[in-house]
Design a binder for this molecule. Structure first.
Ligand code: FES
Length: 105
């Protein structure tokens, strides 16, 4: 596994060279749009500004400077941009149903 940097909408995050970008972005709590997760719909597309990816065969229409994050794995540090603001998962205190109110320093 090789570690690399993914800059997504101007924010740098750590990534790797063995998983599709969509999976990596979701694991850090970002929520890019997607539907099929198999290169058919094009919902997950974004612009690849810098770097290179290995992209599996796909049927979706994309522009020459675009990639499909569901089937593209970074081969180097990459800079990608979605044309919308990515939602991010934020765990609120109401979501913690453990019943444990203890806090530690
Ligand atoms: S989610 Fe459909 S092409 Fe990526």
């Amino acid at each position: 596994m090789s570690s690399l940097t993914i800059t997504v909408n101007g924010v740098e995050v750590r990534g790797n060279s063995h998983e599709p970008l969509l999976d990596q972005l979701e694991r850090i709590g970002l929520r890019p749009e997607y539907q099929c997760r198999s290169g058919l719909c094009g919902a997950c597309r974004c612009k690849l500004t810098t770097g290179a990816v290995s992209q599996a065969d796909s049927m979706a229409f994309i522009a020459p400077n675009e990639i499909l994050t569901c089937c593209s794995t970074p081969k180097s540090d990459v800079v990608i941009d979605f044309d919308y603001e990515l939602l991010q998962d934020v765990k609120s205190p109401e979501q913690d149903h453990s019943g444990n109110d203890e806090k530690t320093a």
